[in-house]
Design a protein around this ligand. Structure first.
Ligand code: E4P
Length: 217
């Protein structure tokens, strides 16, 4: 499973990138707002750091507007994936933008039917939002499984980009189901390393090591 980082925080991207954890980046208008930066400036900086797809989101509500914004965002760098919402207008924009050879990430997906439509419209990525479904007491991970089954049934090449990931557990569950990509905030990727038995093991090994009176260096 590829890891995308869901942030516009340059320092956080740099830190994870140095460990080989960044196969791509996703942003959205809320993350751009949080960064306090100009969308083009910060997106350009991310694209200079990361070779993989960097999703930048359109904000128009009509297909024509999304296409125009997509063209503008694509000027930033070749590795831009244009993000459009899962509406009928978004599907129109997706079809045209993918026909032109652009990567398109269809976002705000909350049902298997929406994912089926996005695949038919040629989406490069479909972004089902796990956490926001869980927030409503629905089963976000079940949606990932349903989309995996449907795409596999018919050989759709659209990549499942598990989004709105809120916990390390979401990462392993998405990987078990076979999501192609998971996009998570930096703190969730970092939390994947944590295990109390690892900490306890280090503590007991160090305690015994001190008793040997030896040093390695
Ligand atoms: C994905 O592309 C979105 O930017 C993101 O995963 C949304 O996550 P949230 O529901 O935690 O805001």
């Amino acid at each position: 499973m590829k890891f995308f980082v869901d942030t516009a925080d340059i320092d956080a991207i740099k830190e994870l990138h140095a460990l080989g954890m960044v196969d791509g980046v996703t942003t959205n208008p809320s993350l751009i707002h949080k960064s306090g930066r100009d969308i083009k400036d910060v997106t350009r900086e991310i694209c200079e750091l990361v070779d993989g797809p960097v999703s930048a989101e359109t904000v128009a509500l009509d297909a024509e507007g999304m296409i125009a914004e997509g063209h503008e965002l694509k000027k930033i760098a070749d590795n831009i994936a244009i993000k459009v919402p899962l509406t009928w207008e978004g599907l129109k924009a997706c079809k045209q933008l993918t026909d032109e050879g652009n990567m398109v990430n269809v976002t705000l997906c909350f049902s298997a039917n929406q994912a089926l439509l996005a695949a038919k419209a040629g989406a490069t990525f479909i972004s089902p939002f796990i956490g926001r479904l869980d927030d409503l007491n629905l089963d976000g991970m079940n949606l990932i499984a349903d989309i995996r089954e449907i795409y596999d049934n018919y050989g759709f090449e659209t990549q499942i980009l598990a989004a709105s990931i809120r916990s390390a557990n979401h990462m392993s569950e998405a990987a078990k189901i076979g999501a192609d990509v998971a996009t998570a905030p930096p703190k969730v990727i970092q939390a994947m390393v944590n295990h109390p038995l690892t900490d306890k093991g280090i503590e007991s090994f160090l305690s015994d090591w001190e008793k040997t009176g030896q040093s390695i260096l």
